[in-house]
Design a protein around this ligand. Structure first.
Ligand SMILES: C[S@@+](CC[C@H](N)C(=O)[O-])C[C@H]1O[C@@H](n2cnc3c(N)ncnc32)[C@H](O)[C@@H]1O
Length: 336
């Protein structure tokens, strides 16, 4: 099934939209900790490894990350400080003011005293004006783009394209579903044109099991990337309530996803997806599988029957080391 828009799936999920639009991150972090949001912590070792392999000996500038759906900039802050989500949430919820300017000042000071990694810059991209405003002012991110490309007639400005062109790594955690290929495609038109790292431009994304990654995979393929869904299953958060749990499990059943593993679980899971130029794909996916080895066993799916998606969406078996589903290049790359 090709879910080119995810409206149906979004209806079964609890909505957190209001928490993405507050002036400061308090409400967002309060709501996320209430449902035990774990994705950002789980993604950080993968992101750190991607940044490490993207550093070039010849590169003058830091590794640049485009954080799609950055919200208040938490992923970038975890990467730069090495702190956990809980530590960050504790700082905001217990040590910062609810008042915007004071919170910005306190956050800036905290970040300055915790930064452990200097060789990265984060360009945050989000539809929430408030979240991007806070993230930029407090330096949780280095630069920000506020835009909603899901809206008809919305498009990137030349300045935004130029920022995206300079990014080496595309990160997205917990955002596919809110965004579709309608957002991903114009971003990929610009993304990574100036990337200079050894692997070239790469992407790392968590995609909730509720959402079919196929339309996103097709968009990457159109832009000359190889896209893969790795056998890595990451806990995202607890279900908000029993109704959400039942609706999500029913949606997974309707999609024909095996529910045997999900039925007894109390959490939503996402799969780790990566994309790279064909010549870099194996190196990237191998490194991600190595990172998974060091994480709790619950994130590893073990050996799965490898599957390839064809352009028409049909599934056919294709052996590939450590990769459960790959989305091949079946259209010519767009001109660079
Ligand atoms: C679940 S939060 C994830 C935040 C962050 N990536 C993390 O893992 O902590 C989803 C984010 O997607 C953003 N979002 C929703 N719709 C969007 C759109 N059309 N374009 C860009 N961002 C969007 C929301 O504003 C929110 O910040």
């Amino acid at each position: 099934m090709n879910q080119s828009n995810y409206d149906e799936q979004n209806r079964v999920k609890a909505s957190f939209y209001a928490t993405y639009a507050a002036l400061t991150p308090h409400q967002y972090l309060h709501n996320m900790t209430a449902v035990d949001y774990r994705m950002a912590d789980y993604m950080n070792p993968f992101l750190t490894a991607v940044v490490d392999i993207s550093v070039s000996r010849f590169q003058q500038h830091p590794v640049r990350i485009l954080d799609l759906g950055c919200s208040y900039g938490v992923s970038g802050a975890l990467l730069k400080t090495g702190c956990s989500y809980q530590e960050l949430a504790k700082f905001f919820l217990h040590e910062t003011s609810l008042e915007y300017s004071s919170c910005v000042t306190e956050s800036k000071r905290w970040l300055e005293s915790h930064v452990a990694r200097e060789n990265v810059e984060v360009v945050g991209f989000d539809s929430s004006t408030e979240a991007v405003r806070f993230a930029t002012a407090s330096r949780m991110i280095d630069k920000g783009i506020t835009r909603n490309l899901e809206e008809n007639e919305s498009e990137l400005t030349e300045d935004e394209r130029s920022l995206i062109r300079q990014c080496d790594v595309l990160l997205s955690t917990g955002v596919i579903g809110y965004v579709t290929a309608k957002t991903v495609s114009p971003i990929l038109d610009a993304f990574g044109h100036d990337a200079r790292g050894p692997l070239g431009a790469v992407a790392i994304m968590s995609v909730l099991e509720l959402f079919d990654p196929e339309p996103i995979a097709a968009s990457f393929a159109e832009h000359g990337y190889r896209f893969g869904q790795l056998p890595i299953r990451i806990p995202q958060r607890r279900f908000a309530d029993t109704e959400e749990r039942e609706r999500v499990l029913e949606a997974l059943r309707d999609r024909g996803e095996p529910t045997a593993v999900q039925d007894p679980e109390d959490q939503m899971f996402a799969r780790l997806c990566v994309a790279a130029r064909p010549q870099s794909f194996e190196v990237l996916s191998k490194r991600m599988n190595e990172v998974a080895e060091a994480l709790p066993a619950e994130v590893r799916l073990g050996h799965q029957e490898p599957t390839t998606f064809s352009e028409s969406g049909r599934v056919r078996p294709r052996p590939l080391r450590g990769v459960s589903k790959t989305f091949p290049l079946n259209r010519p790359p767009s001109p660079r």
